[in-house]
Design a protein around this ligand. Structure first.
Ligand code: SF4
Length: 398
């Protein structure tokens, strides 16, 4: 491993001071001003963030984000070997952007029993070290269902990290079970829950939430549930769904709220921004994100979120091509081998699901960077090397 990745605030800022600054950044006064703020231990304000967002010089913006990423993680890009299991598509809510949920009587509604989840994991169990499991808000399942599920996963596959349940699922389970969110989290942790994913953040501005996901937890509740998890030693990720109806200012407000929460509880490991995928969903007024915008959001996230170490290119949503652009524009992490995924694929994602770690490593190497296999909590790192055949040089004959 090329030195331990620096998630420590002072370390990466000090390293940033010693790095060669690309010409494209040097030529841009405002980018140089932002770089100085970060080197000096400061933070990009909301108004400077907005100016950055609107800079026409996208390639220099991406270079700045990449420079910051390099100061933390050098030329390394992290991935893990995981399996997504979506336990049910039955949901009591009907978020307007969601192509996944079904009503309980819909012909395609499903809910996997505990044994069916175990059965899904079985063929992958030797090659993965994480199960990422989320689903709809099931009208019947209480905390007992999930504690039984996590206990069984840990019984059969003790080496597998269980990353499961979004904040709104946790709130729903607590309500269904008649106990507090804190008590719910304690029971889930005791039964085997190791971390929680970041899904459901959408945009952390309640006027937007009221229009796209009415009935979901509000923005303070999202942050509070993650904060409670952090207080119990359960790390989490955070996300942003962009390209629905929100303004650029609201995207920046979202980033601002996440970094304030992180100042308080420090448990966010990774930020995962992803654009709304329109197929089969019910949001005709959505302002769909272009490829440039996706890359721009990744770059801005790296520059603004000075206290969240990892930024992920979520290839399940943005596809491999855009993901490869993102890992040269500030992202240091790319979603793993995945195996199976329904939420983004129901919404139209065509990203391949049969990648093994060799193919994922090839994608990373093609961007000129080093693939590093990590564990779920970013404490173990293994460089992954692909042995390539040396080319044979043939003598030229006349
Ligand atoms: S996004 Fe989640 S909570 Fe909203 S309808 Fe879909 S499954 Fe239900």
């Amino acid at each position: 491993m090329l030195g331990k990745p620096s998630t420590n605030d002072n370390e990466w800022r000090n390293r940033l001071k010693t790095m060669n600054i690309p010409n494209s950044i040097q030529k841009d006064k405002f980018l140089m001003y932002c770089l100085k703020i970060l080197k000096d231990g400061g933070r990009i304000s909301l108004s400077d963030g907005l100016k950055l967002y609107n800079t026409p010089n996208l390639s220099a913006l991406c270079s700045l984000a990449n420079l910051i990423k390099q100061s933390r993680f050098e030329n390394n890009i992290f991935f893990n070997e995981n399996l997504h299991v979506n336990t049910t598509n039955i949901c009591v809510l009907a978020c307007r952007f969601c192509a996944f949920r079904k009503g309980p009587r819909h012909s395609e509604a499903y809910d996997l029993s505990v044994d069916e989840v175990i059965h899904r994991i079985k063929p992958f169990a030797e090659s993965i070290d994480e199960v990422h499991s989320v689903g709809g808000l099931h009208p019947q399942w209480t905390v007992d269902h999930y504690t039984e599920l996590y206990r069984k996963i840990k019984h059969f596959y003790p080496h597998i990290h269980v990353k499961s349940l979004t904040a709104v699922e946790i709130k729903h389970i607590a309500n269904r079970s008649g106990i507090s969110v804190l008590e719910t989290l304690k029971l889930l942790k005791k039964s085997g829950l190791n971390s929680i994913p970041g899904g459901g953040a959408e945009i952390l501005v309640d006027t937007v939430r009221d229009r796209i996901c009415r009935g979901k937890e509000n923005s303070s509740e999202y942050l509070e549930i993650h904060g409670l998890a952090h207080s119990l030693g359960i790390p989490s990720n955070c996300t942003m769904l962009f390209g629905t109806i929100e303004t650029v200012e609201e995207r920046l407000m979202h980033l601002h709220k996440l970094r304030i929460q992180q100042d308080k509880t420090s448990g966010f490991q990774c930020f995962v921004p992803y654009p709304f995928l329109p197929d089969k969903t019910r949001l005709p007024e959505a302002q769909l994100a272009t490829t440039s915008e996706i890359v721009r959001v990744i770059a801005i996230s790296r520059i603004m979120l000075d206290n969240i170490p990892h930024i992920k290119a979520y290839r399940m949503n943005i596809g491999d091509y855009v993901a490869s652009l993102c890992i040269n524009s500030g992202a240091d992490d790319i979603d793993g081998t995945v195996g199976n995924e329904e939420i983004m694929h129901e919404a139209g994602s065509k990203t391949r699901l049969d990648y093994d770690k060799k193919e994922l490593a090839k994608l990373i190497i093609s961007t000129g960077q080093n693939p590093i296999k990590r564990n779920s909590i970013y404490t173990n790192f293994e460089p992954y090397e692909i042995i390539t055949k040396k080319s044979i040089v043939m003598p030229i004959s006349n």
